[in-house]
Design a protein around this ligand. Structure first.
Ligand SMILES: O=C[C@H](O)COP(=O)(O)O
Length: 258
């Protein structure tokens, strides 16, 4: 049994406006108990426009729920229209920021080099990156999921020192399982999550690798979370669609279909 505290995070993607965000976080706060927070860490990743509202609620009511952003600029300031910087997210007391989500890679052409720059931008500003990696269906069908995913890990961690890397969260999200209802089997998830930990051990040593939390993401629901969380190298879930329903997300946080 590892002493890694699982991180159960809801990635809201482009859903819930700031008023809906307040109602949603209030529901979570009402349902989650100290017992839940002893077992897991709970976080939400709302759209940028919701972060200030979520911060005000979390600060005002001293909630234990953490929050973060879905993306970060690789630059700290300047003429980058539409971007949101690390210092801005830090000012909003974000704990986490997702980097390299497959939807960023797919729709915005984000490369491993950009992910690397974003990981560094996160650390530069005191934020913890949730680095998202994972293969598409073609790669999976060809049986190259491990090599593909480890190459993404290598690319994003280029020149990231151990002192930073030890706090990273890595989310393994097979693209073919995102929003499709197709879930990787627990064994599929373990295969790649275990390989990621192995690569971290090669890059930074076994001790550091044992500290890093590796999440699984892709159609996680209350009905399948327990089997996925039972895998030795799965330390949490990055939940998309099912995280938009507060009751369902609370069940997922508890690894329970009840
Ligand atoms: O970031 C979350 C993942 O993309 C999973 O999304 P999903 O749970 O809707 O499949």
């Amino acid at each position: 049994m590892s002493d890694r505290i699982p991180l159960m995070a809801g990635n809201w993607k482009m859903n819930l406006n700031h008023l809906e965000a307040i109602a949603h976080v209030q529901k979570l706060a009402f349902a989650l108990t100290d017992k839940d927070y002893e077992a897991v860490e709970v976080a939400v990743l709302p759209p940028f426009t919701d972060l200030r509202s979520v911060q005000t609620l979390v600060d005002g009511d001293k909630l234990k729920i953490r929050y973060g952003a879905q993306d970060i600029s690789e630059h700290d300031s300047g003429a980058y229209t539409g971007e949101v910087s690390g210092p801005m997210l830090a000012k909003l007391k974000c704990t986490y920021v997702a980097v390299g989500h497959s939807e960023r890679r797919q729709y915005h052409g984000e490369t491993d080099e950009q992910c690397n720059a974003k990981v560094k931008a996160a650390y530069r500003n005191g934020l913890t990156p949730i680095l998202c990696v994972g293969e598409g269906l073609d790669v999976r069908k060809a049986g190259n999921q491990v090599a593909h995913t480890l190459a993404q890990v290598d690319g994003a961690l280029q020149d990231v020192p151990a002192g930073d890397a030890e706090s990273i969260v890595i989310a393994y999200e097979p693209v073919w399982a995102i929003g499709t209802g197709e879930v990787a089997t627990p064994e599929d998830a373990q295969e790649v999550c275990g390989a990621i930990r192995g690569r971290l051990a090669e890059l930074y040593g076994k001790e550091l690798a044992e500290k890093v939390r590796i999440q699984y993401g892709g159609s996680v629901k209350s009905g399948n979370v327990a089997a996925i969380m039972a895998q030795p190298d799965v330390d949490g879930a990055l939940v998309g669609g099912a995280a938009l329903d507060a009751d369902e997300f609370v069940k997922i946080v508890r690894f329970a279909d009840r």
